[in-house]
Design a protein around this ligand. Structure first.
Ligand code: C2O
Ligand code: CU
Ligand code: CU
Length: 432
């Protein structure tokens, strides 16, 4: 529904039996009966209210990942939607650029298992600047949610129980599945026209990272033309042969299937795994509709508003590592709601340094940021544009520059490896 200033959505969180594997049903936790949940759409500058009802047996929390959202609607881990079906409204000002956002569960200590069971969906924001570009649209604009899952013999999702005594076993690297699902389907096949497609790639896996490539590559390479990152369009396109995508990250790319001979089967593969987790999906260039008035303009977004590191009023270091008791920590502290590790002033520029022992995709709520450096070098090949999640590699130091705006309150900074997050690798920061 919609009125003069606001778009409304209603979602009931409930169990549903899904057909994921042939001949079996999978009991999932869903937003509205499907996995992924419904794709919500907002217009920049128009408020969106999503009314959630929880018909599951446990409390939940809804977070809009990438949303520039007031604290009371941001899905703080102890700010629950109680089961029983009473409505809870999340109001999003959507005062932000066009971008591929997603919503998922964020309950304290339970995010990994809830998302694994199905609580994740896309929320796309568009604006005038994006709408004016001749990018592929309609059925050639595909949000692709990539997740890995394991299944028991009866078809149910298999999620390991948390170990006693901290992060060992499955919880060390996070929970990995052995089947890759794209939009909830194992290794799907799309009949593609010989034309351009926009693929909004989201890694919604709990812990797995992917190095995505098209196999075979098109003649001349540069198959994946990146047009956007977590926080929306880049200023200009960037051609890649491969993309590394960590949990929580989004890459918006255009692939031109007219570069392939008709009939070619093009596999989207994950080069970080050679087993079943190495296959993601397939595009068969068997479509016959060659009409394509899309283009990738050399100039995408006007830019502006990037925080300048020379204006920084503070530099803070956050150390992501495993504590001696097996928990995962930020600055040697296990997450405790209400304990702020930083108090950034709204409107001021800050440099945040993320330092790690191990691989940690670090996510910051409230505002997107820019990556300044990795170790002593500049940003990496996958760090362009506005980011809200940055993959920090073992023993690496990554510097970002950020400016928090508009909303005073308590927000989160955490590892987006969901098992690390659940095992306390999370911190509050308070803006004022
Ligand atoms: Cu995608 Cu704090 O989460
Ligand atoms: Cu988030
Ligand atoms: Cu981590």
């Amino acid at each position: 529904a919609t009125d003069g200033t606001t778009d409304y959505y209603e979602i009931t969180q409930r169990e549903a039996d899904l057909r994921i594997l042939p001949g079996l049903t999978t009991r999932a936790w869903t937003y509205g009966g499907t996995f992924p949940g419904p794709t919500l759409r907002s217009r920049s500058g128009r408020r969106t209210v999503v009314r959630h009802r929880n018909a599951l047996s446990e409390p939940t929390v809804v977070h809009l990942h990438g949303g520039h959202t007031p604290a009371e609607h941001d899905g703080y881990p102890t700010d629950l939607v109680a089961p029983g079906g009473a409505p809870r409204d999340y109001a999003y000002p959507m005062d932000q650029r066009a971008a591929t956002l997603w919503y998922h569960d964020h309950r304290m200590g339970r995010t990994g298992s809830s998302v694994w069971r199905g609580l994740a969906g896309f929320h796309l924001v568009t604006d005038d600047e994006e709408a004016a570009l001749p990018l592929p649209r309609g059925r050639r604009d595909l949000p692709l949610m990539i997740t890995d899952r394991s299944f028991a013999a009866d078809g149910s999702f298999q999620y390991p129980a948390a170990p006693e005594g901290g992060a060992t076993g499955a919880y060390m690297n996070g929970v990995l599945g052995d089947v890759v699902l794209v939009n909830g389907a194992p290794w799907p096949v799309l009949a593609a026209d010989p034309a351009r497609y926009r693929l909004r790639l989201l890694n919604a896996s709990n812990a797995r990272r992917y190095r995505l490539e098209l196999d075979p590559p098109p003649p001349g390479g540069g198959a994946l033309v990146q047009i956007g990152s977590d926080g929306g369009l880049l200023s200009r396109p960037l051609a890649h042969d491969a993309l590394e995508i960590a949990p929580g990250e989004r890459f918006d790319v255009v692939v031109d299937f007219s570069r392939y001979r008709p009939g070619t089967s093009v596999r989207l593969v994950n080069r970080l795994d050679s087993g079943p987790a190495g296959e993601v999906m397939r595009f068969d260039v068997t479509g016959t509709d060659r009409t394509d008035d899309s283009a990738v303009p050399a100039r995408l977004a006007a830019g502006g508003g990037e925080p300048d590191p020379r204006d920084a009023v503070a530099t803070r270091t956050f150390l992501f590592r495993q504590g001696t008791d097996g928990q995962w920590t930020v600055n040697d502290l296990a997450y405790q709601p209400g304990r702020a590790l930083a108090r950034p002033a709204l409107g001021k520029v800050e440099i945040w340094r993320f330092v790690t022992d191990f691989h940690h995709p670090v996510h910051v709520h409230l505002n997107a940021f820019r990556v300044l450096s990795r170790n002593t070098g500049g940003p990496g090949a996958y760090d362009q544009g506005w980011k809200d999640t940055v993959d920090v590699r073992p023993s690496e130091a990554v510097e970002i520059v950020t400016r928090f705006t508009d909303h005073a309150g308590t927000f989160l900074l955490h590892c987006h490896n969901l098992e690390h997050e659940d095992m306390a690798m999370m911190a509050d920061f308070v803006t004022a």
